[in-house]
Design a protein around this ligand. Structure first.
Ligand code: NOJ
Length: 898
């Protein structure tokens, strides 16, 4: 886009300007064109059907224009159906998203099951699933055991704009182009499109479903809203400072993965397209505002959800993940795009950040503050001011003269440092890194071939073209210890502003007609930009450590596949109760989209939280995957000890509880890494058959054992908690009181606690005691909380390894143990024969919840030796506490209760 009038408005601090800064859907020409339904009709030529070992292909043609397209139907791993539509003879190759799928899927051999009048049915494998393709008009049904679960193009809304040569008389280019085919204006910005109209769209009917989720990132509720008469969900990565909640505006990251769920089935719809994408959702029957809370729909109208995807460029490439359970959809998606990177243990501890810690003395004093106030933490972060004039990979020599010594000071205490590294590079011919990037041809270009210059923190900047593999390799090398002066191996990285953020740019980002390597327009790959920077940074840290140490890189912008790189956070929230509340559905939606390591700035980024809000945010953050306090530059200091002893005590307690729970979090992250179930889960993922869970998004499960319901309003003395599961038992972890499932509970809270319930039938391991960081906690003995189900049984896992290297993967140095409670005995044994990690952990105490009878004696049995165990029984709450056990996890043992 050309900045025609070049108005230099301050676009960073937004005030009310933000409303005009970002587009609404009626500003978006390709969206308007699809919605106006230009009367295009596609038919399939059944005679063109060709079957190969890689699937089926058919020709699609548009009746009026006679445009011919190629439809491909392929099936991976029996359960995932991939539908691709592209031009047969394009005037130019269209962009297909590279690098997101972890490999070329292996496809099933398809067969023709039936050929009917104007239709063909294809099947594969055991024939459980089929696709039924209809000739005129084109539609494609996906069947599961003869039942249609999804239809493509049910309402004839498919539109595929084929590329054309530019008009000879450029009247369209110069004057009115109301359809925005070749030229589109937004405010002072004009987007001149090299390829003209290039959008693609398709509608889907999801039969029997009236709950759909996913497609982050939006500051909205978990269940997607019906978009009729309102804005569609926008997937376009944008830097939105102090964003509004209840909004479908695109934020920093995008994952075009949608879930549809009903009691007996979950489906996934993955739309692999990295250009600007809009998604409309229509529920049938439609929700009225009044019945939003009603879990059961009593209407007789057939239930279905129509979903319409529209993208600005690229091809149609969508995957239908047939589940049928939520966890199977999650796994099917991870098999395509990768599993969550396994984080180092320390990164699951607490992170302390602010924009900015001023100098080395400031960092040391904050670090000492944690020790002084007995608050554990693992990582201190430096924002942009630590650099020499916002030149990343450098240090401000006045304030950070000795960064290596500073990192060593922290490392001696087993703590780490994270520094920010943004994708823009200050235009400075006197700076060697800038010159290297320029001379190496590593910057994004403009149409005429010159380097694109935008503006960000350093002023005029060039933007690294991370879509180019050579640029990624060069950038990765910038993190090597000999190149990045002042860095050590305990320094990790934070990628920010990588939507990319461009001050004064259209919607504060890069013009769509900027050019990437290979001649691709930025339009084609906009949503991949942050993903690629993240990839290059991770590669840098991997190479720095010779491939043996797990990297940690936080990114603000993300796309499908970002989960295999590291962590994300929800950007510039406001320090308000509303934002605290919306973080829960946002993080649930990001987790569902595969990115399990996610969090929100504790305290909120913009503004000064009152102490009560700060405490509540710490409590919530301690129960969310990535746990970092952060604050905007203009805010007052808010280290945990600055608000009086009571506030410090509440924050200390929240952080300590997080540290005690690290064995559980770590085990859950290992599960996310291997089976794709995210630690933070919507209730319906754990209770898929229970309608009453489908709209709950103020509480969630941490793994399958803990239900958390953070307090997100001021002055609260009582929280309404929904306990799911008609057959379940739940135990309040503070009082040990038991409650039956399938009820709404008015649960009392103080400023010191938030409702957390342990599900009957589970065992949760915790560290017992205190320490200053995760490494201290790792040495502490374990305590187990065994919550009994109605049959007196329970089980839980404990995963352990060295906490930081890849030896768990390369040398199988890990251990996985199972604690199994049957009536009368609790045992510990290896769950996996594979691992060889010599764990030093031992179980010191066990708390049984829901033990209905006081035992007459308790004995521990290890290697044939029997020892009596001291115990205490609580009549009121039916608790049994065993102490002084010292039972090594590495040896099989059993505790028997008579
Ligand atoms: C924007 C980020 O969202 C915020 O976390 C950071 O502090 C500022 N950029 C400054 O780097």
């Amino acid at each position: 886009m050309a900045n025609e009038e070049s108005t230099k408005t301050e676009s960073v601090a937004l005030d009310d300007g933000w409303k005009e800064m970002f587009k609404k859907s009626d500003h978006i020409a390709f969206y308007r064109r699809h919605k106006q339904n230009p009367g295009v009709h596609y038919c399939v030529t059944l005679e063109s059907l060709a079957l190969t070992e890689k699937g089926a292909s058919l020709e699609l043609f548009e009746t009026k224009s006679q445009v011919h397209l190629l439809l491909q139907v392929r099936v991976c791993r029996e359960s995932t159906i991939r539908i691709t539509i592209d031009e047969i003879h394009p005037v130019k190759i269209r962009y297909r998203v590279p690098d997101v799928l972890i490999e070329d899927p292996v496809y099933e051999q398809l067969r023709v099951e039936r050929k009917g009048e104007g239709s063909v049915t294809l099947s594969w494998g055991l024939g459980q699933h089929q696709v039924w393709i209809q000739e005129t008009p084109f539609s494609l049904d996906v069947l599961c055991v003869k039942e249609v679960i999804a239809t493509l193009n049910p309402n004839g809304r498919t539109l595929f704009e084929t590329l054309q040569d530019p008009p000879r008389h450029d009247s369209t280019l110069n004057q009115g182009d109301p359809s925005g085919l070749w030229r589109e204006r937004f405010g002072q910005f004009v987007d001149v499109k090299a390829n003209g109209p290039s959008s693609v769209g398709m509608d889907f009917c999801l039969h029997g479903f009236n709950h759909v989720y996913g497609i982050p990132e939006h500051a909205d509720r978990l269940r997607l809203k019906d978009t009729s008469g309102g804005e569609p969900y926008r997937l376009y990565n944008l830097d939105v400072f102090g964003y509004r909640t209840n909004s479908r505006l695109g934020l920093y990251g995008s994952v075009p993965l949608l879930f549809a769920h009903k009691s007996d089935k979950t489906l996934g719809l993955f739309w692999l397209n990295a250009s600007e994408t809009l998604v409309d959702v229509h529920y049938h029957p439609k929700d009225s505002e009044e019945d939003v809370a009603a879990p059961v729909n009593r209407s007789r109208t057939p239930i279905q959800t129509d979903v319409h995807w529209i993208s600005e460029s690229g091809v149609i490439d969508c995957f239908i993940l047939t589940g049928p359970t939520p966890s199977q959809v999650l796994t099917q998606y991870a098999q395509l795009t990768g599993f969550q990177a396994f984080p180092p243990l320390w990164s699951l501890g607490y992170h302390q950040c602010r924009w900015n810690y001023e100098d080395e003395a400031d960092v040391k004093s904050v670090d000492a503050g944690f020790d002084h106030h007995s608050i554990p933490y693992d990582v201190i972060w430096l924002d942009i001011e630590h650099t020499d004039g916002k030149r990343y990979f450098t240090w401000d020599s006045k304030h950070f003269p000795n960064p290596v010594a500073l990192q060593q000071h922290l490392a001696r205490k087993k703590r780490k440092m994270v520094v920010i590294s943004d994708p823009h590079i200050k235009v400075d011919p006197d700076w060697s890194l800038y010159c290297e990037a320029r001379d190496g041809d590593h910057f994004v270009k403009v149409k005429d071939g010159g380097v694109y210059t935008g503006s960000c923190w350093p002023g005029d900047s060039n933007y690294l073209d991370f879509s180019c593999p050579q640029t990624r390799s060069w950038y990765a090398r910038c993190y090597s210890l000999n190149k990045y002066k002042g860095s050590t191996d305990s320094l990790f990285v934070w990628n920010d502003m990588n939507e990319p953020s461009v001050f004064y740019g259209p919607e504060q980002t890069m013009p769509k007609n900027a050019v990437h390597r290979g001649g691709w327009e930025h339009r084609d790959l906009h949503n991949l930009y942050g993903f690629y920077q993240h990839m290059a940074t991770v590669d840098g840290l991997m190479t720095r450590a010779g491939g043996t140490e797990r990297p940690f890189v936080l990114t603000r912008s993300f796309f499908a596949g970002s989960q295999r790189l590291g962590a994300v956070w929800t950007g510039d929230t406001e320090s308000t109760w509303d934002h605290l509340k919306f973080c829960i559905p946002m993080l649930l939606s990001i987790s569902l989209a595969g990115i399990a390591f996610c969090g929100a700035d504790v305290g909120g980024f913009v503004g000064n939280p009152e102490p009560e809000l700060l405490v509540r945010w710490y409590q919530a953050g301690a129960l969310q995957p990535f746990f970092r306090g952060h604050a905007n530059k203009s805010t007052k200091r808010r280290e945990p000890w600055l608000f009086g002893e009571a506030v410090t005590a509440s924050i200390r307690s929240a952080i300590q509880q997080r540290y005690c729970l690290l064995p559980y979090w770590y085990t859950l992250f290992h599960q996310a890494h291997t089976s794709a179930l995210p630690p933070m889960r919507p209730l319906w993922v754990e209770f898929p058959g229970e309608q009453s869970t489908f709209r709950v998004d103020h509480e969630y499960m941490i793994g399958s054992a803990l239900l958390a319901c953070p307090v997100t309003a001021p002055g609260v003395k009582e929280v309404m908690v929904f306990l799911p599961g008609i057959k379940e038992l739940w135990y309040d972890i503070d009082s040990a009181q038991a409650f039956s499932g399938d009820q709404n509970l008015a649960h009392p809270v103080t400023l010191d606690n938030v409702p957390v319930f342990q599900r009957g039938g589970t065992v949760v391991p915790r560290r017992e005691g205190n320490g200053s960081c995760s490494s201290d906690f790792q040495k502490l003995p374990l305590s187990l909380t065994v919550a009994l189900d109605s049959k007196g049984c329970a089980e839980g896992l404990l995963y352990e390894d060295d906490g930081h290297s890849f030896h768990y993967r390369d040398r199988k140095t890990f251990s996985l143990h199972r604690f199994l409670m049957k009536p009368g005995s609790l045992s510990c044994s290896r769950f996996s024969e594979e691992g060889t990690f010599a764990t030093g952990s031992s179980v010191q105490s066990v708390l049984f919840l829901g033990m209905r009878r006081k035992p007459s004696a308790v004995t521990a049995h290890v290697s044939g030796v029997q020892v009596p165990v001291m115990f205490q029984y609580g009549e009121d709450q039916h608790t049994l506490v065993l102490g002084g056990l010292g039972l090594g996890v590495g040896r099989d043992w059993e505790i028997r209760m008579q």
